[in-house]
Design a protein around this ligand. Structure first.
Ligand code: 3EB
Length: 332
């Protein structure tokens, strides 16, 4: 592992408990296929989506310590010298409908960040039970977007720094809405994708309130640059491409990731910055039966050096079958 990187993220075998015992540098341990309500430590983030394929991995985030942990309202956090990870799990059986629960989650997140030394979210992950349930504007994803917009005090038209994001559906039986984030003392550099309409500019047909996120943010710390890539699907312009064709959807998503990285490179105006081919990818798959085809496509089209895991999750548009997000380290 390159110790100049401020966030060292990797997939590891071994139990969550094993990684949580490493107290000096571990900021977060993500465990897949468990309800977020079962968190046993501020740094322990169970994620409801189950991993597809072997071997079972934990996602481990390390950073320079000492690491402080604590809780704030319904949020649990861990704070290193330069970075904070926070997570919220709201039991939907107690918090009301999706719009209200989403508003509550983002209220808590915002109130926490306002008093934190690391007040800028760089990326936010949202895992939403039954994301495609309900039709038209009642769809839970659209209700989630409404609640987020109710809480978030920013006008995207002002072009404030926006965090990157992922929004994926967990099982409709999962009781918890989960939101987790990475934050720092300075905002990231926002990057939009020239192949895609900015999500906050999506037309009305996708819902009453546009999603609020940037396609990616670059974290610049300690002379290293790390690209936090939003959930990226087969969306070109604002339209879904390759309906019902999962392999083509993944290829299109990878073209979007490539285009985003190029744009980040261009914005930084530094031709000596290159993709070091280090980082991690998470590939979300709606239908578990698509795993083999998705895996073959990844092996053929994504750099072998970047470890990836496959998670079962629903994508926020019913006609999308797969999505990818990740962290890519850029170096000089
Ligand atoms: C898309 O490109 C796919 O609502 O936070 C991707 C990443 C998507 C984040 C969000 C939604 C979100 O529009 C959907």
């Amino acid at each position: 592992m390159n110790h100049r990187l401020s966030l060292r993220a990797s997939y590891q075998k071994g139990s969550a408990e094993h990684w949580l015992e490493q107290t000096d540098e571990v900021l977060a341990v993500f465990e897949f296929g468990r309800s977020p309500l079962e968190s046993i430590d501020s740094r322990h983030v169970p994620v409801a989506l189950r991993q597809l394929g072997e071997p079972a991995m934990k996602e481990v985030w390390c950073c320079d310590g000492p690491i402080k942990t604590g809780s704030w309202d319904k949020l649990k956090f861990s704070q290193g010298e330069q970075l904070t990870m926070g997570h919220i799990a709201l039991d939907l059986r107690e918090t009301g409908d999706m719009r209200e629960s989403s508003r509550l989650a983002y209220d808590i997140l915002q109130t926490y960040l306002q008093q934190s030394p690391h007040q800028w979210p760089l990326k936010i992950w949202n895992y939403i039970p039954g994301i495609n349930r309900g039709s038209g504007d009642d769809e839970l994803y659209r209700q989630f977007c409404l609640g987020r917009a109710d809480a978030v005090l920013i006008d995207p038209g002002d072009r404030p720094p926006l965090p990157a994001a992922t929004a994926i559906g967990s099982s409709a039986e999962e009781p918890a809405l989960q939101v987790y984030f990475l934050a720092a003392a300075l905002p990231g550099l926002d990057v939009e994708n020239p192949r895609q309409v900015s999500a906050w500019r999506y037309p009305r047909q996708y819902g009453p309130k546009s999603p609020l996120f940037s396609r990616g943010t670059i974290l610049r710390l300690n002379g290293s640059q790390q690209f936090l890539i939003s959930g990226t699907a087969s969306v070109v312009g604002h339209q879904t491409h390759h309906e019902n064709q999962v392999a083509n959807q993944l290829s299109e998503s990878l073209r979007n990731v490539h285009s985003l990285l190029q744009e980040g490179h261009r914005l930084m105006g530094d031709s000596s910055v290159h993709l070091e081919d280090q980082g991690i990818f998470k590939v979300y798959i709606r239908n578990p039966g698509d795993l083999d085809l998705i895996r073959q496509t990844m092996d053929a089209e994504a750099p072998a050096e970047i470890p990836r895991i496959y998670l079962q999750g629903d994508i926020c548009r019913e006609n999308l079958l797969t999505e990818i997000d990740g962290l890519i380290n850029l170096t000089r």
